[in-house]
Design a protein around this ligand. Structure first.
Ligand code: ACM
Length: 548
């Protein structure tokens, strides 16, 4: 029983199912639009979508997330054929080109050779996009002979490819050869994200997931332009990454999980490096999390000296929270943390290290501050920027660390104060975008401590106008966490993440001006045929008009 979480349930249940829409008048709305302004988005679907909205239904109207501008060219189509090549004019496009080829070769049966020569039919990846699309945006132009994707960096090419995948027939995602034709509707798209950070988190501590299961989820999130993958690698129930200088962490702490299954339930450093590279090759940066000073029973069970009384704790396979704490007063605690940060940072190319910091209910407040005052400099020493659940932000005035808001209220004084100082806030309000919350009272998987989160509820908020005192300019982005107390298989992951993960992607990418449930729901529903081809076990919410 998560007693500490029960107190939040009442507020959340009031919100659940209310279908509140937050409509932010424009992409630059900033603070002040507030939740609950009712349905309807006023000026329509925003820039560039007008023509698409009046044309016959084509994949152009079904893209998730919604692009900034789409200019349909209804008299043109492009068809990918046997002779098509993936042509790259810039080396930054090589990995994106390889990804596209790896998806389309099995389904089309074509060679789709990758070539440096830009000539003939095929998909062409060029540099020098319009500077306004930045590093993550792209321009996609469909001509009779070529699909041309322009981007200023690899990230933009990955995002352009994610759009192209949705413009092809759903069977393009098949793992076996399918009949064509492989037709793409004529259009010019110009697109870039609202926020720099669109994230997904997977808790591999409560239940362990194999590298192949994690890769399957990475593939699924990459298709929606998610660019950060947060791995929750330690908790009371398990320590999931080999730390060479503290081997018992995985030997003991990685030996079990919720429910008591036994095994080598951890990643070696080589396996982790492979996961990081796999994500990188899909445009995704991994953020490793080691939760501290609470949520540490697995470490406390592995090493006696990490406990204030010098005694190992028993392994824990239940689902309570808030009962464990590292020993704040012992120097060995900080030696341990430094070793972990050092080893993990050395194999993590991304700039972030997540220190957890949530629900430290067994750590007195003064100790929590003392602890963070020692830990934050360690993260900096190894060249990483601290990310953490928002509780830690009260312990520092440094503006670089990123608080991740996971509360169920719409105000938090410490987060607002940090935003005022200049910290950027990552938004994961539990009653909106926690993927482990049940959809409704009949959902078999998941929890309900933050409320029931149907698809419309997950969509019905504006990240840039949600927390008081934390306006658009203070928002770094949106992350959808998936805690796994009740989640054991890939099918379970997919049931909770689909369709809410694409909702998070839309909230993080598309301008506030496009926010409209009535327009979003059919676009979301249009993903179903593709998910069926991909074998994704999605939740067929009755709120969404699913395409057959
Ligand atoms: C959390 O859900 N304890 C971050």
């Amino acid at each position: 029983m998560n007693t500490n979480r029960v107190r939040t349930a009442l507020t959340a249940l009031v919100l659940a199912g209310s279908g509140v829409l937050v409509t932010g008048p424009s992409a630059d709305a900033g603070p002040g639009t507030g939740p609950g302004t009712g349905p309807g988005t006023g000026p329509g679907a925003g820039p560039g979508t007008g023509p698409a909205a009046t044309a016959a239904a084509t994949p152009l109207q079904e893209l998730v997330p919604q692009p900034v501008q789409i200019q349909p060219h209804p008299d043109i189509t492009f068809t990918l054929t046997q002779t098509a090549k993936i042509q790259i004019a810039t080396d930054t496009a090589r990995k994106p080109a390889e990804l596209l080829a790896s998806i389309l070769r099995p389904s089309t049966g074509y060679d789709l050779q990758i070539t440096d020569s830009v000539t003939g039919d095929g998909v062409v990846l060029l540099n020098n996009a319009d500077p306004k699309v930045g590093n993550e945006g792209y321009q996609l132009d469909v001509t009779p002979k070529q699909v041309i994707i322009r981007a200023n960096a690899a990230a933009g090419h990955f995002n352009g490819i994610a759009s192209l995948r949705q413009l092809l027939p759903p069977k393009a995602e098949a793992k076996t050869k399918q009949p064509g034709p492989w037709t793409v509707p004529g259009a010019s798209i110009l697109d870039y994200p609202r926020y720099q950070h669109r994230g997904a988190m997977l808790d591999v501590a409560r239940h362990f997931f194999t590298p192949d299961q994690v890769k399957r989820y990475i593939d699924q999130i990459a298709a929606f332009k998610i660019n950060y993958f947060h791995l929750h690698l330690s908790d009371d129930q398990g320590w999931r990454l080999e730390i060479k200088s503290w081997p018992e962490l995985t030997k003991i702490g990685g030996s079990t999980e919720v429910g008591g299954r036994k095994g080598n339930l951890f990643y070696t450093q080589d396996q982790y490096k492979d996961l990081v590279a796999y994500a990188q090759n899909r445009g995704i940066t991994v953020i490793p999390e080691f939760d501290m000073p609470g949520h540490t029973n697995a470490a406390l069970a592995s090493y006696a000296e990490l406990n204030c009384d010098g005694k190992k704790r028993p392994l824990y396979t239940g689902t309570d929270v808030g009962f464990s704490s590292l020993c704040i007063s012992k120097d060995v605690t900080y030696k341990f943390i430094e070793d972990v940060v050092k080893e993990v940072s050395a194999i993590t190319p991304g700039p972030y290290f997540h220190i957890g910091g949530d629900e430290a209910l067994s750590t007195p407040d003064a100790d929590f501050v003392k602890f963070m005052n020692r830990v934050l400099p360690i993260v900096k020493k190894y060249g990483k920027v601290t990310t953490g659940w928002h509780e830690f932000i009260k312990t520092t005035t440094d503006t670089a660390p990123i608080p991740q808001f996971w509360g169920t209220e719409t105000s938090d004084a410490n987060v607002a104060a940090a935003a005022k100082r200049g910290n950027k806030v990552l938004m994961s309000p539990a009653n909106r975008i926690y993927l482990d919350m049940k959809y409704n009272k009949n959902t078999k998987l998941g929890q309900d401590w933050a409320g029931l989160v149907e698809v419309k509820t997950a969509y019905g908020w504006n990240p840039g106008a949600y927390l008081s005192g934390v306006g658009e300019a203070s928002i770094r982005g949106v992350e959808a966490p998936l805690w796994t107390e009740t989640i054991k298989t890939s099918a379970d992951i997919e049931y909770m993440a689909f369709p809410r993960l694409p909702v998070a992607a839309e909230l993080g990418w598309s301008t506030a001006a496009t926010h409209s449930w009535d327009k979003f729901a059919p676009r979301l529903g249009a993903q179903a045929p593709r998910w069926k081809v991909q074998g994704i076990n999605y939740y067929a919410s009755t709120q969404v008009p699913w395409k057959k």
